[in-house]
Design a protein around this ligand. Structure first.
Ligand SMILES: Nc1c(NC[C@H](O)[C@H](O)[C@H](O)CO)[nH]c(=O)[nH]c1=O
Ligand SMILES: CC(=O)[C@@H](O)COP(=O)(O)O
Length: 160
C-alpha cells in the first residue's frame, strides 16, 4: 500500500503499549529544517500522547541525514535508551548525491539495528519533491514522525 492510500498519523491508542517507563532518543537532521521540525513534532507529540515522559525523550541535532547514523551510534553509547528515532528529509536535486545519501543512511540505520539491541527507527523521507515531503510531515498524507513514534514504542517492548 502506498502512502497515498494510508494516513501516516492514524493510530489506535488501545493497541499501543503505554510508554511511561520507556526512554527515547531522537536524532534530527538540520537539512530541510521546516520538514524535519514537522517530523520531530509528530514524533514527540505521539510519544507523549502514548505516555512517554518529556524528561525521557532526548534530542540531538546533526547537520544532515548522512550524519544520522553516527549521531544514533554515539547516542547509543552515551545513554541507556529503549529506542532511537532518526529523522531526516532527503530531496532529489540535480545530481546523484541523493542516491548516495539515501543508500548510506538506509544501510547505516539497518546496520545499527543489526549490531545493537536498541531499535533504531528509520524516519527519513526520501522524496522527489518538496511537496511530497510537506505532504508526509503533517500534510495531506499525515506525519511520518507520528508513524515512527508508534513503531519506536512497539519495537521497544518487542519480546517483553
Ligand atoms: N541534500 C541533502 C542532504 N545532504 C547533506 C548530507 O546529508 C550530509 O550532511 C553531507 O553530505 C555531509 O556529510 N542531507 C539531507 O538530509 N537532505 C538533503 O536533501
Ligand atoms: C540529496 C542531496 O544531496 C541533493 O539535494 C543535493 O542537491 P544537488 O544534487 O543538486 O547537488
Amino acid at each position: 500500500m502506498a502512502t497515498e492510500n494510508k494516513n501516516l498519523s492514524e493510530y489506535d491508542k488501545a493497541t499501543i503499549p503505554n510508554a511511561k517507563s520507556l526512554r527515547f532518543g531522537i536524532v534530527v537532521s538540520e537539512w530541510n529544517p521546516t520538514i524535519t521540525e514537522g517530523l520531530f513534532k509528530g514524533a514527540y507529540d505521539a510519544l507523549v500522547d502514548c505516555g512517554a515522559l518529556p524528561q525521557n525523550i532526548i534530542r540531538w541535532d546533526v547537520p544532515g541525514s548522512f550524519e544520522l547514523v553516527y549521531g544514533a551510534k554515539k547516542m547509543l553509547k552515551t545513554h541507556e535508551l529503549d529506542a532511537i528515532i532518526t529523522i531526516g528529509c532527503v530531496i532529489q536535486g540535480e545530481t546523484k548525491h541523493f542516491d548516495f545519501v539515501c543508500s548510506g543512511v538506509t544501510q547505516g540505520v539497518m546496520d545499527l539495528n543489526l549490531q545493537n539491541d536498541v531499535p533504531v527507527i528509520f524516519c527519513v523521507l526520501t522524496d522527489n519533491t518538496l511537496q511530497q515531503s510537506i505532504d508526509r510531515s503533517g500534510g495531506k498524507h499525515g506525519n511520518k514522525g507520528t508513524e515512527a513514534a508508534i513503531a519506536a514504542i512497539k519495537m521497544a517492548v518487542l519480546g517483553l
